[in-house]
Design a protein around this ligand. Sequence first.
Ligand SMILES: Cc1cc2nc3c(=O)[nH]c(=O)nc-3n(C[C@H](O)[C@H](O)[C@H](O)COP(=O)(O)OP(=O)(O)OC[C@H]3O[C@@H](n4cnc5c(N)ncnc54)[C@H](O)[C@@H]3O)c2cc1C
Length: 485
Amino acid sequence: MLHGHTEQHTAPETMRDIEPSTARDLLGRRYAIVGGGLSGMAAAWYLQRRGAKTHIIERDSALGGRAGSEQLGERVVTLGGKNIGRDYTRFRAFTQSLGEHPYEHFGINSSRVLDGQILTFDSGHRSRALGQLRGIPARDLARLGRLAVAVRRNPSARYLDEARCRRLARRYHGESVQEAFGPRLRELLLRSLTVRVSAAEPDEVPMANILPYVGMILDSYDQLCGGMHEILTAAAAHSRVRLQTEVRGLLFESGRVCGLQLTTAAGESVCERFDGVILATHAHAAARLLECLAPQLAALLEEVRYFPVTVLLAEYERPVFDARVRAIVFGAGESLSNAGAYGRNDLNVVRYTFSGHKARSLVEPDPERLASIAESKLASYASVAGNRCRALLARRFSPGLCAYHPDQASFLQALDAAAPELPGLTLTGDYLRGCSIETCFAAAEEAVAAIDPSEHAAAVAPAEEQASDRLAVGEAPQRVEGVGG
Ligand SMILES: Cc1cc2nc3c(=O)[nH]c(=O)nc-3n(C[C@H](O)[C@H](O)[C@H](O)COP(=O)(O)OP(=O)(O)OC[C@H]3O[C@@H](n4cnc5c(N)ncnc54)[C@H](O)[C@@H]3O)c2cc1C
């Protein structure tokens, strides 16, 4: 299977259910992982558990991708994904395997201004929050309730899979979230959910793909005290990591993918052989690499939708939020979708998120300009006016968040059907099972589990010989960590 999607897969309910793989059946094999984001780090981790040697190849100057970190004033902050659900069993097992990396509680605390009143949804007080859902038609509550019960009963339902997406498409007659629910529930809850998870408007989310969104509201969130960069650094020690190295093409020989064409940090173009290649990039980058080898598959990957997100981090002299209200969600008329405290104990650091339809025209992430837009919106609800800003940092993510394929079931089916054409190649990423950090791990786990050790046997000996020749050419300048795994 190209992406290792299995119908029967059931997500482990707790961390205790995750048994480390004991089968070291890829011992000594060299795998290239294209992309040093969390999907790539996850793929490397699962491969190492099967004994493989992992080479992570990343075109940026740092690992992390859309969960990357940067300096804000005196501290390092994570600009992209950082909130870790209590249900993120795979990601938590990964961090636990890397030593002592404590979490701090973050929760979901999100307020909306509606009819002149601030309504706060706090995951610590769910029943109080649900009491605020007045005026919502019973039909809408029942629909949402049914979906929530499905995810509660079976946590793996929050992962996109072909059968579930198809069933939901049939049940909702191909409707979008916009069409399936009335305006009150959309305004109170659903729009902020689709914008938060996928930077998509409700009319851009088919009901067939709704379950990862429902899963998000049922979870409660923590974040790593040391930030994402600490985990990435710890994980990098177990792989050979090459930064500023761009994969330009796939080597295909004797009917299988057997290596990569790379442009190194020094600008050299080299070819390097591997026993297997995992593409752990976003769908469009994978499409570009597959254009020549598998044009139909590339065209399908191009159809996956990503919507941009711009994040602004601002450090103020005094707290902007308080313990009761830690984030404000803005409506469809604003380019600012959310303003929230960076952490429970970081009430003076605000993470502003610009996403959704109106924010798509913000092409240049000019921190000063974004700050003036954001502060003018937040000033009525939080202590931002007259509060001196000490440091600003902005990044536009494009691709930002994944809103999947408009027909995810057929897309997943087509990926499976294409797999036999490309032995030696595995795809993983946020476009398969869902776009949260945990679903990236779920997709990578399945992708690695689907690798058949016997399939590669013939390629091993020559690949290793030739690879060691190539290492001498292309590796030294980019190598940032020793070989492990
Ligand atoms: C602003 C924001 C906030 C988020 N918040 C959360 C959150 O709180 N919780 C949560 O669960 N999820 C969150 N997410 C989602 C989560 O962060 C992402 O789904 C996840 O990080 C995606 O990881 P990835 O490895 O699949 O892709 P990426 O992070 O995009 O990694 C792919 C990597 O591949 C590299 N690459 C691409 N092409 C090539 C090439 N040809 N050669 C070499 N390298 C290449 C890229 O440079 C990139 O580093 C958030 C996302 C964003 C953008």
